[in-house]
Design a protein around this ligand. Structure first.
Ligand SMILES: Nc1nc2c(c(=O)[nH]1)N[C@H]1C(S)=C(S)[C@@H](COP(=O)(O)O)O[C@H]1N2
Ligand SMILES: [Mo]
Length: 300
């Protein structure tokens, strides 16, 4: 893959060396298993068995369509996803509106099977199709001085019944540090199980950051802004004490109202045992170095 960085800031600057060297393995789908073989044993190293299409597309969080788990699958057909474009602006060389088709034509779509852990302590395994966010940011050309990336979900009250209520401060917004955004695990998903991503899961393209709580993985993205300041994020604005900017999956830092030490695997049945939650959702080998020297209790 050709890198199109024009500025002195390179992907290598933003990506820990070990991760950069292992990029090929991660791309080949060996990341979690291959890397982990060397690191040890346990659930982090298990081959991931994806949840069913039914589980993934019927048990959803997409508050723009209602707060119930089945509201999105019932209401999200109201959303028009074509035509679609993403405004990429801020500290980029080529700001503008990028048509979804134009983006797809420039990207290589691949499958990534990732763990997905909601802050509410349930989890799934999802076979996403998509491309690395880093490749999309390459299209626009990240400028020197960039430190964060902000994301925004489409806001159309006429198509999104949930936004007629002030459940959150609409539009839904999220953000990542630039090095998190450029990490090879961070992707923009356009499909699940090889099919176009259903509206309830964030059509036509949504962020997926597998080592962070699910709410960081913002759906139906219409704007990506590269910036030098930490952007506001929806759940942090709603309750800063409960939801931090980082929101890395961490079994050692509980939510003020519940434990994050274990999780309920969707599809496991009514009597399934909860399983231990893994540090960084099982991606510790790949991402821990992003947070070297940071107190993860303070920066939760
Ligand atoms: N725009 C938007 N993005 C969102 C949400 C939302 O309500 N609105 N919910 C988040 C939460 S809390 C989770 S757990 C995941 C759920 O993704 P899924 O429904 O595809 O499993 O989407 C995240 N992205
Ligand atoms: Mo969530």
């Amino acid at each position: 893959m050709a890198y199109r960085w024009k500025n002195t800031l390179t992907r290598k600057d933003a990506t820990p060396e070990a991760v950069f060297l292992n990029r090929r393995q991660i791309l080949a789908g060996l990341g979690a298993s291959g890397l982990a073989m060397a690191a040890g044993q346990g659930r982090a190293q298990e081959a991931l068995e994806p949840n069913s299409w039914e589980d993934i597309t019927s048990y959803c969080n997409y508050y723009e369509f209602g707060t119930g788990k089945s509201d999105p699958s019932q209401n999200a057909h109201l959303l028009t996803t074509s035509p679609w474009s993403v405004t990429i602006d801020g500290l980029v060389d080529r700001p503008g509106d990028y048509a979804f088709d134009e983006i797809l034509a420039a990207m290589t779509v691949e499958e990534r099977i990732y763990r997905f852990r909601c802050v509410e302590a349930w989890s799934m395994v999802v076979p996403w199709n998509g491309f690395e966010l880093a490749d999309l940011l390459d299209l626009a050309g990240v400028q020197e001085g960039a430190k964060y990336v902000a994301f925004e979900t489409v806001l159309r009250p006429e198509e999104m019944p949930g936004t007629r209520f002030p459940v959150l401060d609409w539009p839904y917004v999220e953000g990542l540090r630039l090095d998190e955004a450029l990490h090879p695990l961070t992707m923009m998903a356009t499909g699940i199980y090889g099919k176009p991503i259903p509206n309830q899961n964030g059509a036509p393209l949504r962020l997926v950051v597998p080592w962070k709580y699910g709410f960081k993985s913002i759906k139906s993205v219409v704007r990506i802004t590269v910036t030098d300041t930490e952007p506001p994020t929806s759940w942090n604005k709603a309750n800063a004490r409960e939801y931090g900017f980082y929101s890395n999956v961490n079994p050692n830092v509980d939510h003020p109202r519940w434990s994050q030490a274990t999780e309920r695997q969707i599809g496991g049945g009514l009597f399934a045992q909860r399983v231990p939650t893994l540090m960084f959702n099982g991606y510790e080998d790949e991402v821990a170095s992003l947070y070297d020297g940071m107190d993860l209790t303070e920066f939760f």
